[in-house]
Ligand binder design. Structure first.
Ligand code: MN
Length: 235
């Protein structure tokens, strides 16, 4: 079958491999750390985490100088553990996964930032509109190279931090996730037939804040490749 024209397949690097991981879809989890839910004005005891998504071509490479995006003056960082799905566990079934099947579907992990136009998100919340323009813009999902599960150590006991210009802004523990990794993969598989190439941004710990042109951001999770990016001038 011939295509009228070719478009690039979005992809992310894999640590110590020449092949890249093709990206199919990017799902994100909202309010998956209680302290962040509270800082955003909600009660984690009463409201469960939830999903939203970004287009696959929102991924951006480690080391990028990210142009400050259009139509916002309140660009926020949200450092997150990214889970990449692939492998035989998804070959025949991507729906209604058990917790064991969900864990087996995880290819690897990375450090990502779920960039957010917080002013547009606040307006969308206020008017009960979708979040797409607040969340799904170009370069809104930079991430480090994927580390395969076998090389990632015990991710459940890892800590996650974000430093802006050398100052720690966000800190949390993966063990603080309200929905654990297998729980959120299993839950997501009740909405969608998950497929190899899907990514999940698993939610951010407390400490989200605005960035400006010239800022340098360094995101770290134990045993994973560090993410280092900077914010450039408005595009
Ligand atoms: Mn987020």
């Amino acid at each position: 079958m011939a295509l009228l024209f070719e478009i690039p397949v979005p992809s992310v690097a894999i640590k110590n491999r020449s092949e890249r991981f093709p990206v199919s879809r990017i799902y994100c989890v909202g309010r998956n750390y209680a302290a962040h839910a509270r800082e955003m004005g909600s009660n984690p005891e009463r409201e469960s985490p939830f999903f939203f998504s970004k287009p696959a071509n929102a991924v951006a490479e480690n080391g990028i100088v990210m142009p400050y995006p259009s139509r916002t003056s309140d660009l926020h960082h949200e450092v997150e553990l990214v889970v990449a799905l692939a492998g035989p566990a998804l070959a025949n079934k991507g729906e209604n996964l058990s917790l064991a099947e969900a864990q087996a579907a995880v290819f690897g992990y990375a450090v990502g930032i779920d960039f957010t136009r917080r002013d547009l998100q606040a307006e969308a919340k206020d008017k009960a509109r979708p979040w797409d323009t607040a969340k799904g813009f170009d370069n809104s999902a930079p991430m480090s190279a994927l580390t395969p599960v076998a090389e990632a150590g015990d991710i459940g006991s890892a800590e996650i931090t974000l430093k802006v210009n050398g100052v720690q802004c966000q800190h949390g523990a993966i063990s603080d996730l309200i929905w654990s990794i297998p729980e959120l993969v299993a839950e997501l598989s009740t909405f969608y037939r998950l497929q190899p190439g899907d990514l999940i941004f698993t939610g951010t710990p407390a400490g989200v804040a605005a960035v400006v042109a010239g800022d340098t951001l360094v995101g770290e999770i134990d045993n994973l490749e560090t993410l280092s990016i900077s914010i450039g001038a408005r595009s």
